[in-house]
Design a protein around this ligand. Structure first.
Ligand SMILES: [Cu+2]
Length: 176
């Protein structure tokens, strides 16, 4: 969607005088699966003028490993919204496939999915990040999931950025 169609600039210049009654917040608790059981973290989504602010705090990410012998590096970690709010582990060797594909409501190529997010940089296992996206409002993502991947996202391989297996999953729930 275009910036003007979404009213992004107008909303920002408005200095925060938006419809507060409709603002929403959601959270997802990230829990590591069998490939990275030490991961735990929290993602918070907050409606702001023109889009959503996303806050992330996660600990227990695995140590960085450089690419070798044709294997991609471990970290920085691909991070996305996936379609389904189902963090069933399933296959221990290839967990969290129940979360489905990347959330991509407007049928964009990977790299421009509404659910494509910045990669996570681990600092001795800790990553914190705050960013803005104008691609959705909180109400659209409640009931979906966030996934942390083993490998970096290259933002061009279709349909998943070659980010590899799924290390952690969290269901996005409306904040009470
Ligand atoms: Cu993903």
């Amino acid at each position: 969607m275009g910036c003007q169609e979404r009213g992004f600039l107008a909303a920002t210049e408005d200095g925060g005088n938006w419809d507060r009654a409709r603002d929403q917040e959601a959270t997802a608790v990230l829990i590591g699966g069998p490939l990275a059981p030490g991961i735990n973290g929290m993602v918070r989504f907050k409606d702001v003028p023109g889009g959503v602010e996303v806050f992330l705090h996660v600990e227990g990410l695995p140590p960085y490993q450089p690419a070798r012998e044709g294997r991609p590096p471990v970290g920085p970690h691909g991070f996305h919204i996936h379609e389904k709010g189902d963090c069933t582990v399933g296959d221990q060797a290839n967990p969290f496939t129940a979360a489905g594909a990347h959330w991509n409501p407007d049928h964009q190529p990977h790299g421009n999915h509404a659910g494509d997010f910045p990669v996570l940089f681990s600092n001795c296992g800790l990553a914190t990040m705050t960013f803005f996206t104008n691609r959705f409002k909180v109400a659209e993502i409640v009931g979906r999931s966030v996934i942390i991947h083993e490998h970096p996202d290259d933002y061009r391989t279709q349909p998943d950025g070659a980010a590899g297996r799924r290390l952690a999953c969290g269901v996005i729930k409306r904040k009470e």
